[in-house]
Every structure is written in C-alpha cells, then in structure tokens.
Design a protein around this ligand. Structure first.
Ligand code: ZN
Length: 210
C-alpha cells in the first residue's frame, strides 16, 4: 500500500516591523510563504500548488494579508473601486469560511454578491480560487477587514457589510459565530445601530431585486 497525501510547508521569507492592527502598536512580523507539497510515505516530494503569502505578528500571532505592510496607520486615502470590490468579496468569502465549510447555497450567494459588487459575471473558478487561497491563509474575516477597510470610505464600508451579511445568511438565519463577526464589523466601521440596520435593510432589497 502506498501512502500519498499533502502537507503545507511554511517558510519565512522576510522579517521586519509593522503596526499590527490587533496589537495597535509596532511589532515584529514574519512574512511567511505557504505551499502545499505532495507526500509519499509522509515525506514531502514535490510542490503541488503555488505560494500563498501572509504576514504573522510575532506578538499576537494573528495572520494578516500582506497588504497590511503597505498601509500606514495614518493613511486614509480611498481605495480604487476595483480594489475595493475584490476586498469586499474576499471579506464575504471569509465570513462564509468562518465555520470551515462552504455549501452549494453559499457558493451561489457568493457568486451573486461578487457579480453585484464587480458588475460583471464571476466564474465559479475565480470564486473557487478566492476561497481556496482564503482557506489556506487562515486569515480571519475580522483581521482581514481591519487591515483593508482602513482605506474604505463610509459608503464602501456599508456595501462591504451588506455583502458579508448576505453571505452569512445564505444558509438561513445567522449562527452565533457569524452574528459575532458582524457585530465586530459594526464596531470596527463605527456604525451606529441605526446605520447598521439601514445598511442591512438595503442589502435585503438589492438581493431580492437582483
Ligand atoms: Zn499583533
């Protein structure tokens, strides 16, 4: 019997210091590259996928999207619309993946969300790629949004929240985990209850009108 499997090998590619969004102060980080390898009898033999990069805080060990390194804590310039859409879709994917599974329903809803956001058809392949890279990097939805939303304006924040809400409710009422994530988003975006509810109400409308 031949034992075949895969293993993720992680290497440190760079080190330095950055302002960790979770710690709120300057910390050391390691830029890490993860790549899946095929194993034969538990020995890695050759790589079977491409590299995925993430930034790990030396202090709190949270994982961040590498874009965290490019952003200055005080830099509030607006992101381009296209970049925003991609980030908002990725945030919705991460909310779905919070329970570490993805259903057919959720895939359909994510596809609708991305088409609505990007205003163009989104192939399952493209969505599949976003999902697998998000899953491999194990960046939490809240950490990811904390990083990228620094250059979102108020209106973009509301739209991202709508996408995340629709993704979270794809399979019916919100679970406790997803409720907690959305509550953190409200806090992070500094939305009042009224602003939050207005955004959600709008989301339900654009979803049913799509
Ligand atoms: Zn940290």
């Amino acid at each position: 019997m031949i034992f075949i499997g895969t293993v993720n090998l992680v290497r440190t590619r760079d080190e330095g210091s950055f302002v960790c969004p979770a710690c709120g102060v300057s910390q050391g980080y390691r830029l890490r590259a993860r790549r899946p390898w095929l194993t034969l009898y538990f020995i890695p033999t050759f790589p079977v996928g491409s590299f995925d990069y993430f930034v790990q805080c030396d202090h709190c060990h949270a994982n961040w999207d590498p874009s965290v390194l490019e952003m200055d804590a005080l830099n509030h310039t607006n992101a381009g619309e296209e970049q925003f859409c991609e980030e908002a879709v990725r945030a919705a994917v991460l909310v779905v993946l919070a329970d570490e599974q993805i259903t057919e329903n959720e895939i359909m809803v994510l596809q609708r969300i991305s088409e609505h956001m990007m205003k163009r058809p989104v192939e399952r392949d493209e969505l599949g790629w976003i999902c697998s890279s998000a899953q491999q990097n194990r960046i939490e939805a809240v950490n990811y949004v904390l990083t990228v939303s620094r250059h979102w304006n108020q209106q973009q924040r509301a739209r991202a929240l709508q996408g995340m809400f629709l993704a979270a409710t794809a399979d019916g009422p919100l679970g406790e985990l997803q409720m907690r994530i959305l509550a953190r988003m409200q806090e992070l975006f500094e939305f009042t209850d009224a602003e939050y509810h207005a955004a959600i109400e709008q989301a339900v409308q654009w979803d049913s009108g799509a």
